[in-house]
Design a binder for this molecule. Structure first.
Ligand code: DP6
Length: 339
């Protein structure tokens, strides 16, 4: 096959990934766990040709010196390396990459996770690699760590591992959940996750404790999922998110991703709980807050939290599919939807 199109969705971690044991291979210091979403898909087509690698992002042809083009080119080199190991005659080919994000790229909905999961799936198919889910997640991980979880249906655990072979994501069973996204600010984040992780490892005195506590949180989360214990899943999620922001806040100079509006949402969620509605909040490396709930409570919670969102609306999201190949017509529909 010389062309393939794939779709993947962002994921939101309940137990967060923050810190690398190996920067080049993107091996994390601890495992993590997430839900893949059912909206804000990325659709990516990879077409092999002889010209240089090229990237078209949301309808704009990017210059080859652009950092996104370079990151995609470096990722394609990894795919070509795999093709070469397998003796495929595609190994020397360049690729035209066309990618469309349905979500607002800078709204903190993990576009790098859906982006590299879709790219890993489309590129591996176009270059003729026939990867199973585990190997596809390992490949996506090389583009952006959290992307390995977007390869997986619904709920994923990323096993930290200690090598390229042993660091991969797989599906785990969990009770049905909803997420309510409260986008308090849609601007791009000030410090990238990559730079923030580096600063945390280098300067935060709580880093060691963060690594240990993340491993414990993950073990407890896996147990809570197996027991379908929603309350415990929520409690671990919120405590773990606060711990991640605490270890980040402790950097020198300090890094602070949460905004006053983010704390207002955390307070509103605590108030919902005090009034008998079970909801728990988390936030990634930015000010936006994502709340988890039982599916039947999601609309009521979204109604209560909409006032904190930049556009006045909180969005309900549900578990979604892992990265998958789609046919070219679906891809054209996705591109048309955002054109
Ligand atoms: C806060 O996966 O974007 O969203 O591996 O450097 O590309 P790189 O980082 P990335 O980091 C995600 C960090 C997080 C937590 C999470 O998704 O687990």
């Amino acid at each position: 096959m010389t062309q393939a199109t794939a779709r993947a969705y962002p994921n939101i971690a309940l137990v967060k990934y923050w810190g690398k044991a190996d920067e080049a291979l993107i091996i994390p210091v601890a495992g993590s766990m997430s839900m893949t979403l059912d909206d804000y898909a990325t659709t990516t087509t990879v077409r092999l040709d002889d010209a240089a690698d090229a990237l078209n992002l949301n309808g704009t042809e990017l210059d080859h010196t652009d950092s996104a083009t370079q990151r995609v080119g470096a990722f394609l080199d990894i795919v070509r390396g795999l093709a070469q190991e397998r003796g495929l005659d595609t190994a020397a080919a360049h690729a035209q990459v066309t990618t469309v994000n349905e979500g607002p790229t800078a709204a903190g909905m993990a576009s790098s996770a859906s982006g590299f999961a879709a790219l890993a799936q489309a590129a591996s198919a176009a270059y003729g690699l026939d990867l199973d889910t585990r190997d596809l997640s390992r490949l996506a991980r090389r583009g952006s760590g959290s992307a390995c979880r977007s390869v997986i249906n619904r709920f994923a655990v990323w096993h930290a591992g200690d090598s390229d072979e042993t660091s991969y994501a797989e599906e785990i069973a969990a009770p049905d959940l909803a997420m309510i996204a409260v986008t308090v600010a849609s601007g791009a984040k000030k410090v990238s996750s990559r730079a923030g992780m580096r600063a945390t490892a280098a300067t935060s005195p709580f880093y060691r404790a963060w690594i240990t506590t993340t491993e414990e949180s993950l073990n407890e989360m896996v147990r809570a999922c197996a027991d379908a214990d929603f309350t415990r899943i929520g409690e671990i999620t919120e405590a773990h998110a606060m711990r991640m922001h605490a270890v980040i806040n402790a950097c020198e100079p300090p890094i602070r991703y949460l905004a006053p509006a983010s704390y207002q949402v955390f307070d509103a969620v605590a108030e919902l709980r005090a009034n008998g509605v079970e909801a728990y909040a988390t936030a990634d490396a930015g000010p936006n807050v994502v709340v988890i709930s039982r599916p039947e409570d999601a609309e009521q919670i979204a109604g209560a939290l909409g006032q904190y969102a930049e556009n006045g609306e909180a969005k309900v999201l549900r578990p979604g599919p892992g990265a998958h190949v789609v046919n070219a017509d679906d891809a054209a529909d996705a591109a048309g939807a955002t054109a």
